[in-house]
Design a protein around this ligand. Structure first.
Ligand code: TYD
Length: 139
């Protein structure tokens, strides 16, 4: 792996359209519009026992967009230089996370549902599980 993969790493909250209606609200997301990449995979995390954490790794290539469809949870983002916590608790915005960012999810509320849109199919070799290895690439 080269240092190149850690360049241009970024993250940001992206607001989604919100169609207010007395029958109930509606939001949506389109690839290359609200989601800045082609969506090749969608997965969701649910039934998380109290106190559990998910993630705790970085990706070499994969980009993600994370939405709290229901309930709330925190996403801790680390670009190797600074660490930031985003509390996601509404379904009309999400957190975009590029490749080369360490992320961890925690503080899941009861019945929370995390929807994740991903830019590549599942690939176990895309993961960096060792924080020191990750830091080494960011230097
Ligand atoms: P993992 O990405 O390690 O979960 P998290 O980062 O949320 O803790 O994935 C957990 C398990 O699920 C692992 O065995 C791989 C499998 N998995 C898939 O098969 N496909 C997928 O798209 C994802 C995200 C995980």
């Amino acid at each position: 792996m080269t240092k190149l993969v850690m360049q241009n790493s970024t993250y940001k909250i992206i607001d989604l359209p919100k169609i207010l209606d007395r029958r109930g609200n509606l939001s949506f997301a389109e690839e290359f519009n609200h989601i800045p990449f082609k969506i090749n995979r969608t997965y969701w995390i649910y039934d998380v026992p109290g106190g559990e954490t998910r993630g705790g790794h970085a990706y070499k290539e994969n980009q993600e967009f994370i939405i709290a469809l229901s309930g709330s949870f925190d996403v801790i983002i680390d670009n190797g230089k600074e660490r930031k916590t985003f509390s996601l608790n509404r379904s009309y915005y999400g957190l975009y996370v590029s490749k080369g960012i360490w992320r961890q999810m925690e503080n899941f509320s009861t019945n929370s549902l995390a929807l994740v849109m991903a830019s590549i199919p599942y690939d176990p070799f895309d993961y960096i599980y060792n924080y020191e290895v990750f830091k080494g690439h960011v230097k």
